[in-house]
Design a protein around this ligand. Structure first.
Ligand code: IPD
Ligand code: CA
Ligand code: CA
Ligand code: CA
Length: 281
């Protein structure tokens, strides 16, 4: 049986409690009050209720920790080195459309480094959790990133920018470059679960631009503790506040990183063919 530390237990039990409301409201979307934070950026009463439960639970057990929460923002704590980074409902659009791919995501940051994380999908009842140095798990099963090295065999996850957010043409350019090299690309709609699926070896890799810290905090430690690499397009490992995130096993991560980097750079002019070779064709 996998050993869960007190910290993981606190996060797992807060997530389980908040998930009860989400499960109750899932499928009842017509009755949920939904408002817009932006053109296609929805927030429902379910997001807010889940966040209230998480805030109450986590501050009860660790009253000194600070918070960074999607709906509440920053809440300073007495303890300046620790904070919870929380997305109460990652995949709101899926949730509102009755698509069962959404999660509660809780990360713990210590002095700027993510040291533990939990991503919980209430519908599949999969609790992904990881702690620095202790490995990554789904429920009781140890996780390991996929071992594939040949990009042509890989399934890579990404996120398509929502309406009014992100640069769609840039995304399509990146997508085109990646699609030519890999077996397939998926867009499931919850970044925390995309990263959890990389940790679980279900996806070989993942990249996305313009995510917020609460989308990825828990997922980062999951991938790392499952033996994978997470960085930005330059290879920087401190990725929480970078514009893009790239994840995979060591080989896939690097190959994907180079593809994304190439998409962002002006194309090098093709080298001129030697006159002799030209004459031969
Ligand atoms: C969204 C999801 C989605 C990603 C978006 C995020 P939300 O989070 O993680 O996969 O593509 O950029 O905003 O708003 O549903 O918590
Ligand atoms: Ca949101
Ligand atoms: Ca999110
Ligand atoms: Ca959210």
């Amino acid at each position: 049986m996998a050993f869960r530390s007190p910290l993981i237990n606190v996060m797992a039990s807060a997530a389980t409690k908040a998930a009860r409301g989400l499960k109750r409201d899932f499928g009842e979307v017509e009755n949920l009050q939904v408002s817009k934070k932006g053109p296609a950026d929805f927030v429902s009463v379910a997001d807010q209720k889940a966040e209230d439960v998480l805030y109450a639970e986590l501050s009860r057990v660790r009253p000194e920790f600070g918070f960074l929460m999607e709906e509440r923002g920053v809440v300073e704590g007495k303890d300046k080195s620790h904070r919870w980074i929380v997305d109460p409902l990652d995949g709101t659009t899926n949730f509102l459309h009755g698509l069962p791919q959404f999660a509660i995501s809780i990360g713990v940051e210590r002095d700027g480094e993510i040291i533990a994380g939990v991503v919980y999908n209430p519908i599949s009842d999969e609790m992904f959790w990881a702690e620095k140095g202790a490995g990554a798990y789904c429920n009781e099963h140890r996780l390991r990133v996929a071992a594939r090295k040949d990009l042509r065999e890989t399934v890579i996850a990404t996120g398509i920018p929502f309406h009014g957010r992100g640069d769609h043409l840039r995304f399509l350019k990146e997508l085109g470059i990646v699609m030519r090299e890999v077996a397939g690309v998926r867009r499931f709609g919850a970044a925390s679960l995309d990263l959890a699926f990389v940790a679980a070896g279900r996806f070989d890799g993942f990249w996305e631009t313009d995510l917020a810290p609460w989308d990825i905090a828990a997922g980062i430690i999951l991938v790392r503790e499952a033996g994978g690499i997470v960085s930005d397009v330059k290879g920087t490992r401190k990725v929480l506040n970078q514009p893009e995130i790239i994840a995979g096993n060591e080989i896939v991560h690097e190959k994907l990183r180079i593809l994304i980097e190439r998409a962002g750079l002006p194309r090098k002019p093709k080298p001129a063919k030697p006159a002799k070779a030209e004459a031969e064709t």
